[in-house]
Design a protein around this ligand. Sequence first.
Ligand code: B12
Length: 290
Amino acid sequence: MEEKIEQYALSLGFDLVGFTSGKLPEKYLDAHEKWLAEDHEAGMEYMKKPRINDSESVIVLGKNYYYDQESLKPNHGRVARYAYGRDYHKTIKKMLKDLEKFILEADPKAETKYYVDTGPVLERAFAEQANLGFIGKNSCLISPEFGSWIFLAVIFTNQKLKPNRESIKISCGACTRCLDACPTGAITAPGDIDARKCISYHTIENRDEIPRPIADQIQKTKRIFGCDICQEVCPHNIARQKTSNPEQKIAGDQISKTQIPTDEKFLETYAGSPLMRAKRKGLNRNLKLL
Ligand code: B12
């Protein structure tokens, strides 16, 4: 069954497939609790829900999203790589539905539930446990194949699935490049991101005014939607810049400060893209900081 699922998942366009227990050891749950206790979730109230941790097995999937960037033009702001194309929640959900159908047809007794950043799941923890990669000091899941340029998704199932991947041989070692490079000091300890300081949080999730010290760094680094700095400096990522899934780029890799669209034009331009999450108001606010 494992082999069949893996082959079918790869045929759908997933790049990495791993199987592991649907239960996590305490260390991951404790890290989440500690993160919340220190208010590192900022305004993301949904992060307080108890994490799902009770199925027989979980299928963990990875999809590469690396893109090369063009050099930044004057008066333009940078869009994080994950947001260039169609929203991964939509594209991957379609693939997950297809894979789920395949599993249910092959095993009518199977029960499944999938998530792609759509529920209270510690996706990186399950991915590390399934040997898709290791959790780096920047808290990203870094795979031997694609570095951290991968989206994650999971399917919880009542099937007993045997692990299929070898243990991971790469690690951060003594490297602290991500901690040193983060312009706002958001990586407060290895693996721990304080969202209150993270440019990604403020440019995507924050609905209010951006605090001055963060706004200054957005202006300096020109990151107007998401931020890839802690990934760009990672030696594992520099060595693994592969684009296995080129697709239409809705937002592109940069947006001009002088092209803040009207409400109607915003929808027309960015429908189906992750930029919709910030809405026109958020994008407008971010671009004005340049
Ligand atoms: C909330 C969230 C954010 C928040 C907070 C980020 C954060 N690090 O927590 C914000 C908005 C800032 C954000 C930003 C980004 N995100 Co985000 N985000 C999430 C989300 C919804 C939940 C993450 C979460 O649970 N955070 C709570 C912390 C405690 O958990 P964690 O990040 O998994 O950290 C684990 C480890 O660090 C470890 N750990 C921490 N401290 C310690 C200490 C010890 C001793 C040990 C053993 C372990 C340990 O345990 C933690 C729990 O397992 C996930 C989807 C999901 N459901 O998992 C996507 C997700 C993590 N994001 C993703 C992406 C792509 C990004 C960005 C790259 C987007 C961008 N370019 O701007 C940035 C990267 C910033 C970064 N360095 O994390 C991907 C990451 C894929 C990958 N390869 O890792 C995910 C998995 C979405 C997906 N389905 O693909 N994100």
